[in-house]
Design a binder for this molecule. Structure first.
Ligand code: FES
Length: 111
């Protein structure tokens, strides 16, 4: 079996550290799982990706329209509860990792 080409590059910032991560669609269930695996953020993902806890929030520094969250979703309700209205703040557990993320700059917020 040949290794799949890693054609998605993400630039992740956490706690002042910058990391480049390469992956491919399907390697990770969602962006939260990728961050937990690659960046080791303590306390992230308490609800296991159910869009309830808000511990997986990320700031998307160069997000395209495809990543803006719809206002009538469970994710939007959690973000409102966390007292921010910036559309570039997302729950990373609600973002699928695919080619549309290639080149994305992500700042991981403290859980
Ligand atoms: S892991 Fe709980 S909201 Fe994302």
């Amino acid at each position: 079996m040949t290794e799949r080409e890693k054609n998605i590059t993400l630039f992740i910032e956490y706690n002042g550290n910058h990391q480049t991560v390469e992956t491919f669609a399907g390697e990770y269930r969602n962006l939260m799982v990728l961050i937990k695996d690659q960046v080791w953020v303590d306390g992230m993902g308490e609800c296991g990706g159910q869009a309830r806890c808000g511990t997986c929030m990320v700031e998307l520094l160069n997000a395209g329209e495809n990543l803006v969250v719809a206002t009538d979703t469970k994710e939007a309700a959690v973000i409102r509860r966390m007292m921010t209205t910036q559309s570039i703040i997302r729950l990373s557990c609600q973002i699928l990792v695919d080619e549309t993320l290639n080149g994305l700059k992500i700042r991981v917020m403290e859980p």
